[in-house]
Design a protein. Structure first.
Length: 366
């Protein structure tokens, strides 16, 4: 029986920590045996959000928040092993992404907090972490990393497939038979929509896009946002809260201060859908299917917008490929731990711009 690996992913949406129990084999098969999401406590979420922008006493605050995140992740691992009736000794390693608080590829660094040593101590399982640093050291963007997993698991020998992961931010993967994989961050996913929803409704996110559906997109606001130079850049490229944040939106809203809140939400949904659709049209015109994973796959309004904007594509969830859209990234980080264990590459230079394929990660023994 193939060894087991745990994958931990905590993304830019900051809604929770996704944890999966997986096994892989050399026949390009991935089996997700069990999974769960540990909700992010409101106080920890705010601490992590605060660390995404400059502030006082950052080193201390990052250390405290990183340890709190790690203890929450360890509790989740223990809960997952209990519900799946798996002993820690049966797990070869944990692949832990940590929590990104700063991502500056133009400066050659991306910072994920969350102590791998503490996680190994609390779970009694070896931890593989620090996945982005080697890619950055080789001249890459450090993101997105999931396209390597998409290629391994989901590439088709006869037709082009396009995947988009819509988390806090959206990243695209283009899988062409016999050609290097293309991939990059297209821009905002749910992050701006979630922040606006929380600010104006008190809800954590716009469930199914129902609030956005009630509003009317403001074309002038949309045009101003789409004029941002990031969207005109070709990949490899990556982004995050350091670039697209509340202040970025506020600067655009100054030109139209009286737009109803629901109309702003509708415009933000159009921004996400439009930038994804433009990326698909630019990078994957030969594709006829767009597979969506991440929280955006559960947003019916966003999925409908994508289908409307990409009439030549069949837009559907990765569920039809046998991979739950909720667990794709956590499975990918379990896979990265497996790849590290096998001493195999976990990155794709054509995606991040690194100088060559690398074994990503660092080992923190239990």
């Amino acid at each position: 029986m193939s060894p087991l690996y745990v994958g931990i992913m905590s993304g830019t949406s900051l809604d929770g920590i996704d944890i999966t129990l997986c096994r892989f084999n050399d026949e390009r098969r991935a089996e997700c045996l069990d999974a769960l999401c540990v909700p992010m406590p409101a106080d920890l979420r705010q601490q992590l959000l605060d660390l995404c922008s400059p502030g006082g006493d950052e080193l201390y605050l990052a250390g405290v928040a990183g340890n709190a995140w790690t203890r929450l992740a360890a509790q989740g691992v223990q809960q997952l092993l209990t519900q799946s009736q798996t002993a820690p000794e049966q797990v070869r390693a944990i692949g832990s992404h940590g929590q990104t608080v700063r991502h500056h590829p133009e400066q050659g660094f991306s910072l994920q907090i969350g102590s791998p040593s503490l996680l190994a101590e609390l779970t009694g399982i070896d931890v593989i972490a620090d996945f982005r640093s080697r890619d950055l050291a080789a001249g890459g963007q450090g993101a997105p990393l999931v396209p390597a997993f998409h290629q391994w698991l989901l590439s088709c020998p006869t037709q082009t497939r396009t995947l988009v992961n819509i988390g806090g931010f959206a990243n695209l993967t283009v899988l062409r038979p016999g050609q290097p994989v293309a991939g990059f961050d297209s821009g905002p996913g749910n992050a701006l929509m979630d922040n606006w929803t929380q600010r104006h409704t008190g809800l954590p996110y716009d469930a199914n896009g129902d609030w956005a559906r009630q509003g009317h997109p403001h074309q002038a606001l949309l045009n101003r946002m789409l004029a941002d130079p990031y969207f005109a850049r070709s990949g490899p490229k990556s982004t995050g809260r350091e670039y697209f944040h509340e202040a970025w939106l506020a600067a655009h809203l100054k030109h139209s201060p009286d737009i109803p809140a629901a109309d702003v939400q509708a415009t933000l949904a159009m921004l996400t859908a439009t930038t994804i659709a433009q990326s698909v049209e630019h990078a994957a015109r030969d594709s006829s299917e767009l597979f969506v994973c991440g929280g955006g796959a559960r947003n019916g309004h966003l999925m409908a917008l994508l289908q409307q904007m990409l009439p030549a594509q069949i837009v559907q969830s990765t569920e039809v490929l046998g991979v739950s859209p909720d667990w794709m990234e956590a499975i990918a980080f379990a896979w990265l731990a497996w790849r590290f264990d096998q001493r195999l590459s976990g990155n794709l230079p054509s995606v991040t711009g690194a100088s060559g394929e690398r074994i990503l990660g660092a080992l923190y023994p239990a």
